[in-house]
Design a protein around this ligand. Structure first.
Ligand code: ZN
Length: 91
């Protein structure tokens, strides 16, 4: 590097003074929860006053998937319950 191009500590620090990441700007939803602007609220599923996400259906679906995953883990013998039983048996 040519001396002409060399940056001193002061110039580097001045450049890096703008590198800090600012916190996310959150807006308050009409339901009271904090949400990302220009995105539907994950709590109530509303955007601009209209319901765009069926929150209840989504919660039901997630619960159903969780129970199914638990069942599959239990069937394959990898659930935490069976591991605990094995640990007890080993002692
Ligand atoms: Zn909301």
């Amino acid at each position: 590097m040519v001396v002409r191009m060399r940056r001193n500590r002061s110039q580097t620090a001045k450049r890096r003074s703008h590198h800090a990441i600012a916190g996310a700007r959150l807006a308050k939803c009409e339901c009271g929860a904090l949400r990302v602007p220009h995105r539907a609220c994950p709590e109530c599923g509303k955007y601009n006053g209209k319901i765009v996400i069926d929150v209840v259906a989504r919660a039901k679906r997630d619960a159903r998937r969780a129970t199914r995953k638990q069942k599959e883990l239990r069937a394959s013998g990898q659930s935490s319950e069976t591991k605990e039983k094995e640990e007890v048996a080993a002692k």
